[in-house]
Design a protein around this ligand. Structure first.
Ligand SMILES: Nc1nc2c(c(=O)[nH]1)N[C@H]1C(S)=C(S)[C@@H](COP(=O)(O)OP(=O)(O)OC[C@H]3O[C@@H](n4cnc5c(N)ncnc54)[C@H](O)[C@@H]3O)O[C@H]1N2
Ligand code: MOO
Length: 392
């Protein structure tokens, strides 16, 4: 059995960022990661722009200017100004080539078609220079940048409509268990509703993974092998739930081995989620999560999440961690590291009652996991603890 730290390290070391790119529309790219530098196809701004509503001047050594013309945003003409001449101009409009400064209208006294300028005026005031944000041919956004909403605006401002991003993995979610009933169908003795299938698929959807296939299989060796073979063919990553412990009908480990999936680790010194399996077959990644629902979800966030994020090119692939003050105390039994469902508020955290790996009730209201390392036996009120922040 390996430690949490070793297990995380093995996942991070094994999983490499995909080399497959795809072209997508900028409008659909929020959260995607650039697999190639984006080169600016134009200068931005594309021309000398006025930053104010006011007057563009051809400066001379007096304070009175004759207003000759008007240029508003979108206009294409360039009035020619002699020294001492001005044009009325508006924010975003092209500054005439012969103007060398713009003065805001609040600093001007108008008198018929002349203006008197108040205070000191400098060359280049209130003019946004052509290409001052980015020049044509320069790198507008670097490879590995995550596209934000602002990034989308920026790319659109350069007229770019398509970009190359890392292809996100396709993921197969496989639930195992004779006892599982699809929610919506009547429940009979010995059966439970399948929570893990929908929960894991939704977790993936909410993280914007698009290619998700769901499979379910009974506790039978041959069918488990068949379904896993199909899932391996159809997906880059397999996330299994259940059937990975030591019971007679836990066939997942045996089937994976038979299918040539190399075990990288099996069993982690942690609670919940001890019987976690991680393996690979060529470039396919396999996680077999324990069936207990809270164990499955904890393992998903702690191991599957960083693996998928690294795979899709995210350099910041782990969930955020914070050191905060615990307002609860907790006695840890045994020597496994433990992850506790908790509510994080600003700089304090409350550990919830009901930490069983079979229970989702507390997980449903938790927004963080408190981490107790193997060697720590208790948390006292006001102790500093490490928390892992969970997505919704
Ligand atoms: N002799 C031992 N028994 C067990 C050990 C052990 O070390 N020695 N470990 C225990 C721990 S810890 C865990 S965690 C579980 C993991 O078992 P499996 O991964 O084989 O999972 P299952 O046996 O299939 O299911 C466990 C539990 O979870 C329920 N379950 C499973 N899938 C779903 C689902 N999709 N939706 C809702 N609930 C699900 C299932 O009904 C069981 O109650 O093993 C312990 N045993
Ligand atoms: O590892 Mo299990 O998840 O403790 O119940």
């Amino acid at each position: 059995m390996i430690s949490v730290e070793e297990a995380i390290q093995k996942v991070v070391k094994t999983v490499q960022t995909t080399t497959t790119s795809q072209t997508i529309r900028v409008r659909e790219a929020v959260g995607e990661i650039l697999s190639k530098d984006v080169i600016a196809p134009i200068n931005m701004p594309p021309f000398r722009q006025s930053a104010m509503d006011g007057y563009a001047l051809n400066l001379y050594d007096n304070t009175t200017y004759e207003v000759r013309d008007e240029v508003k945003a979108g206009d294409q003409h360039h009035p020619v100004l002699e020294k001492g001449e001005a044009v009325r101009i508006f924010t975003g409009a092209a500054v005439p080539d012969t103007a060398n400064t713009v003065i805001m209208q609040e600093r001007v006294v108008m008198n018929e078609n002349t203006i008197a300028v108040e205070g000191l005026v400098n060359f280049g005031d209130n003019i946004r220079l052509e290409g001052e944000q980015i020049k044509k041919g320069e790198i507008a956004l670097k490879k590995d940048t995550i596209i934000t909403v602002a990034g989308i605006g920026y790319l659109l401002s350069l007229g770019i409509q398509e970009i190359q991003v890392y292809k996100k993995p396709s993921i197969g979610v496989v639930v195992t268990g004779n006892e599982l009933i699809e929610p919506g169908k009547p429940l009979s003795t010995g059966k439970v509703y399948d929570s893990n299938g929908g929960m894991l698929a939704t977790a993936l959807q909410s993280l914007e993974y698009k290619e998700i296939s769901e499979y379910s299989v009974k506790d039978q060796y041959e069918t488990t092998k068949e379904v896993l073979l199909t899932a391996l063919k159809e997906n880059d990553v397999i996330v299994l739930s259940g059937g990975i412990s030591v019971g007679t009908y836990d066939y997942v480990g045996k089937a994976l081995k038979e299918l040539g999936v190399e075990e990288i680790f099996y069993k982690v010194k942690q609670k919940p989620g001890k019987p976690l399996f991680f393996g690979r077959k060529k470039n396919k990644i396999v996680f077999a999560l324990p069936g207990n629902p809270a164990a499955a979800l904890s393992c998903f966030y702690l191991y599957v999440y960083p693996a998928l994020e690294k795979l899709r090119g995210n350099k910041n692939f782990s969930l955020d961690k914070k050191e905060v003050t615990s307002i609860s105390s907790f006695e840890k039994k045994g020597n496994r590291a433990q992850f506790l469902k908790a509510i994080l508020e600003e700089n304090t955290v409350t550990i919830l009652e009901g930490q069983s790996s079979a229970m989702l009730q507390t997980f449903a209201v938790a927004n963080a996991l408190v981490y107790i390392p193997e060697e720590r036996s208790r948390i006292m009120k006001n102790d500093t603890v490490e928390v892992i922040c969970l997505p919704i």
